[in-house]
Write a protein that binds this ligand. Sequence first.
Ligand code: SF4
Length: 326
Amino acid sequence: MKIEDHEVILKVNDLKKYYPMKKNKAGSTVVKAVDNVNFHIKKGETLGIVGESGCGKSTLAKVIIQLLEATEGDILLEGIPLTDCKGTKLKEIRRSMQMIFQDPYASLNPRWTVERTLLEPLIVHKIGTKDERKKIIKNIMRDVGLDESYLSRYPHEFSGGQRQRIGIARALVLNPKLIIADEPVSALDISVQAQILNLLKDLQEEYDLTYMFITHDLSVVQYIADRIMVMYLGRIVEIGSTETIFSKPLHPYTEALISAVPQVTEEKSKERIIIKGDLPSPTSPPTGCHFHTRCPFVMDKCKIERPELHFTNESRAVACHLHSLQ
Ligand code: SF4
């Protein structure tokens, strides 16, 4: 089924984020943190982005939200190219995209009350009168499950879960369309993780939100995401619906990640695939397929030729020579 442009909220074309460095042994002068990435997110869906630490997922988030400048490529929010927006136009468009961070304590100003934290974005963007702003933040406090009496308190007076609720409230205050959540539950206890994930699901419906959800935890992404994009050393290796990725992973790296997730099903659980070795350094990634040094199916071709992202159908793509041979 063809995806129409009006269904897409975010489109990323040939995006690159390279960092210059001194020439290394392999002759490389750049670190390719994000390397030629192409994907889209449909309105109202949750795209989960997974991969080991250092795979480029957080850099990708920061480039999309314009905290980092792209080296090359286009980012389009509802068809508007962000890379061409400057000044007031960029400020306006950035209202539509907000971020939730991993460590809510570090992302909140310890000297500001919750009220000031939530009012600040409204004041900066000149939204509403004094009374209207107060009404907005009280409603949001209620929606994230916090009592409005907490508005006068400071971040240190809250638990980790409550602080993440404040982080979510701050992201919601400007009524965004897209929320980029970077490991939003990984610093929380398991029981609190479930509460925050359920809250995010409820808010998605209530506020008509689209999520780009970054995590290294496959169990979390299985619960929250409609589609999953797997990254390895700055490149996309596989993308598809959560159901198909979990039931039939195509890329050996995805297969290994999925095999490590405990499944509560009646089916006999699949044998765990252990990936050998550590993630290679992004400063000198392996030639050809970046995964070839750890792949149990490596062929000669894999060491020389980069596998391109190959679409097996409209919504499923994989970058692996095993599948481009078919
Ligand atoms: Fe393994 Fe080769 Fe596929 Fe890379 S391209 S994942 S090395 S089989």
